[in-house]
Design a protein around this ligand. Structure first.
Ligand code: NAD
Length: 492
C-alpha cells in the first residue's frame, strides 16, 4: 500500500495532529493488516504530555479564536474537508480495507464515501440552523422582558472512537462537533491509528481549519482515553465503544460532571413474523450478521423465527451463512472479512465454547476459518439456546448469529426487548401494518422494517438502555454538541 498520504509512513511512525502541527513521536506502535497479519507500519505512540498539549490547544482555540462564533468560516472548512477527503478517497479506501479489514463494498457506503459526503450535510445544517430563537416579550413578576434562546457550542470535545467503522464514527463526531463550533481532541482506537492519522494529515495540509481546532492523539494504551475523559478542561465527551468502557467513561466523567454522549454495544433482534417470506428474511438476516465479520454495533445478532418454522429457518440461514463464507476484504464480492485482531478472535472463540457449554449447537461455522494467516472466524449459526443464555444476551462482535424460536408477535417483542441493550432491530412480515406495529413496540433507537435502511446523515442513531445515551447524526446528533443559553432583556 502506498500513495502520497501513506508512503512516508513506511519508515517512521505516522504523525499526530496537535495545535495544527503534524508531530511524529520518537516512540511508535505497530498497526497491522488483520487479513494477513502483515505490519503496515507504525503510528506515533502518544504520551500523557502529548495529550496535555492537545487539550490545551483545543482549549485555546475554543476560547481565544473566533471559531466558536464564526459560522461561515466553519461551514467553509467542513466543505473543504469533505472535498479534500474525497480527493483522497482511493487511498483512504485501500487503507480502510487493509487496516480495519473492511470489505471493499462497504467502503462505497457507510465505511467511507457516505460519511465523507455527509460532512456536507452538517455544513448545510450549520448554515441554515436557527442559532437564536425569539421567545417574545413576557412579564414575569410584572417585569417586561424580551426573551431569546441561543444555542452555543459545548466547548472542548473529547472524541473517543473504536476501530470497526474508523471513518464513519470519527466523521459522525467531527462533522457535527465542528459545525456546532466546538474544538476537538480525538483519541482513535489503537487498532486503526493510520485511518485517524490520514485524516489529521489532510486537515493540516489541505484545509483552513485553524490550529488547535482538531487535535488527534494516537496511542497504543487505552489509558490515554481514560486520561482524556478525566481532564477538567473537557466540556463534552463523545464516546463510541463497548458498554463496559462506556460505564468507565461515565464514572470518570462524574468527577467533573462532564457531559457524556455514549454510543455503545448491542444485541439486536431480527424478527421474522409468521406471514413473512421466510427464505428472503432469513437470507437477509444471514447477510447482515456476516457483514464485516459481524463487527458492527447495530448488526442484528439474534434471529427470532416462528417456532413452527424454526427448523426450516435454521436450514435456510445456515446455508446462506455457509455460502457467504469468508473472503479477502479487498475482493469486490467479500461480505465477511477478518476480525480485527487475535485478541478479538480469541474472545469470539470463548463465546463459541460457551455456546456449547450452554447447550447450543452450530448449524454452520463455530470455528476459525482455515487460513494460514490473519484472524478469521467462519460465519456461524447457533441454535438450541434460549434467550437466557449468555451467548444470546452478550455482544460477541463476530459473525455469530443466534437463532431463537418465538410464539407469535407478542412473544417476539418480549424476547427482543428482554435484553440489556436497545440499539437496533429489524422486523420482516407480509402485512406492513402488523410489521409496523411490532416495530413500534421495540425498545431500540433504530428499527428496520422489511429491509428499510435507517442509516443516513439526517437520521438520528443511538441506543436505549445500555446501548447508550444521546443520538449521533441528524439534527438531534448536531444538538448533542450545543449548549442552550436563555437571555432576557429588561424592556425599555
Ligand atoms: P472499546 O470500548 O474497547 O474501546 C473504544 C475506545 O475507547 C478505544 O479508543 C479505546 O482506546 C478507548 N478506551 C478504552 N478504555 C478507556 C477508558 N477507560 N476511558 C476512555 N477511553 C477508553 O471498544 P472497541 O473494542 O474498540 O469497539 C467495539 C465496541 O464498540 C463494541 O462494543 C461495539 O458495539 C461498540 N460500538 C458502538 C457503536 C455505536 O454507535 N453504538 C458503533 C461502533 C462500535
Amino acid at each position: 500500500m502506498s500513495g502520497p498520504l501513506l508512503g512516508a509512513w513506511r519508515d517512521r511512525p505516522s504523525p499526530m495532529l496537535i495545535d495544527g502541527e503534524l508531530i511524529s513521536g520518537r516512540r511508535g506502535f505497530p498497526t497491522a493488516d488483520p487479513a494477513t497479519e502483515d505490519v503496515l507500519g507504525e503510528a506515533t505512540d502518544g504520551t500523557a504530555a502529548d495529550l496535555d498539549r492537545a487539550i490545551d490547544a483545543a482549549h485555546r482555540a475554543f476560547h481565544r479564536t473566533g471559531w466558536a462564533t464564526d459560522h461561515r468560516r466553519r461551514v467553509h472548512c467542513l466543505r473543504q474537508l469533505r472535498d479534500a477527503l474525497t480527493r483522497h478517497a482511493g487511498e483512504l479506501r485501500e487503507l480502510t480495507i487493509r487496516e480495519a479489514g473492511v470489505p471493499r463494498f462497504l467502503t462505497f457506503g457507510a465505511q467511507l464515501d457516505t460519511p465523507v459526503s455527509d460532512l456536507g450535510w452538517f455544513a448545510d445544517l450549520a448554515e441554515r440552523y436557527d442559532w437564536t430563537r425569539d421567545l417574545g416579550r413576557a412579564e414575569p413578576m410584572g417585569i417586561p422582558s424580551d426573551r431569546r434562546v441561543t444555542r452555543e457550542p459545548a466547548g472542548v470535545v473529547a472524541a473517543i472512537t473504536p476501530w470497526n467503522f474508523p471513518h464513519q464514527i470519527t466523521l459522525a463526531k467531527l462533522g457535527p462537533a465542528l459545525a456546532a463550533g466546538n474544538t476537538v481532541v480525538l483519541k482513535p482506537a489503537p487498532d486503526t491509528p493510520w485511518c485517524a492519522a490520514a485524516l489529521g494529515r489532510i486537515i493540516a495540509e489541505e484545509t483552513d481549519i485553524p490550529p488547535g481546532v482538531v487535535n488527534i492523539v494516537t496511542g497504543a494504551d487505552h489509558a490515554l482515553g481514560a486520561r482524556l475523559v478525566a481532564d477538567p478542561r473537557i466540556d463534552l465527551i463523545s464516546f463510541t465503544g463497548s458498554t463496559a468502557t462506556g460505564k468507565a467513561v461515565m464514572r470518570a466523567a462524574a468527577e467533573n460532571l462532564t457531559r457524556v454522549f455514549l454510543e455503545l454495544g448491542g444485541k439486536s433482534a431480527f424478527i421474522v413474523l409468521d406471514d413473512a417470506d421466510l427464505r428472503a428474511a432469513c437470507s437477509y438476516a444471514a447477510f447482515t450478521a456476516a457483514t464485516h465479520a459481524g463487527q458492527g454495533c447495530a448488526i442484528t445478532t439474534r434471529l427470532l423465527v416462528p417456532r413452527a418454522r424454526h427448523d426450516e429457518a435454521v436450514e435456510i440461514t445456515a446455508r446462506a451463512l455457509a455460502r457467504i463464507g469468508v473472503g479477502d476484504p479487498g475482493d469486490d464480492g467479500t461480505v465477511c472479512g477478518p476480525v480485527i485482531s487475535a485478541r478479538q478472535r480469541d474472545r469470539i472463540e470463548g463465546y463459541l465454547a460457551l455456546a456449547v457449554k450452554e447447550g447450543g449447537a452450530f448449524a454452520t461455522g463455530g470455528r476459525r476459518a482455515a487460513r494460514d494467516r490473519g484472524h478469521w472466524i467462519e460465519p456461524t449459526l447457533i441454535n438450541g439456546l434460549t434467550n437466557d443464555a449468555r451467548t444470546a444476551r452478550e455482544e460477541i462482535f463476530g459473525p455469530v448469529l443466534v437463532i431463537l424460536p418465538h410464539d407469535g408477535d407478542d412473544d417476539a417483542v418480549r424476547i427482543a426487548n428482554d435484553s440489556p441493550y436497545g440499539l437496533s432491530g429489524a422486523v420482516h412480515g407480509g402485512d406492513r401494518e402488523r410489521a409496523r406495529a411490532v416495530a413500534r413496540r421495540l425498545r431500540t433507537g433504530t428499527v428496520s422494517v422489511n429491509g428499510g435502511i435507517w442509516y443516513g446523515a439526517d437520521v438520528p442513531f443511538g441506543g436505549y438502555k445500555q446501548s447508550g445515551i444521546g443520538r449521533e447524526m441528524g439534527v438531534a446528533g448536531f444538538e448533542e454538541y450545543l449548549e442552550t443559553k436563555s437571555i432576557a432583556e429588561g424592556a425599555p
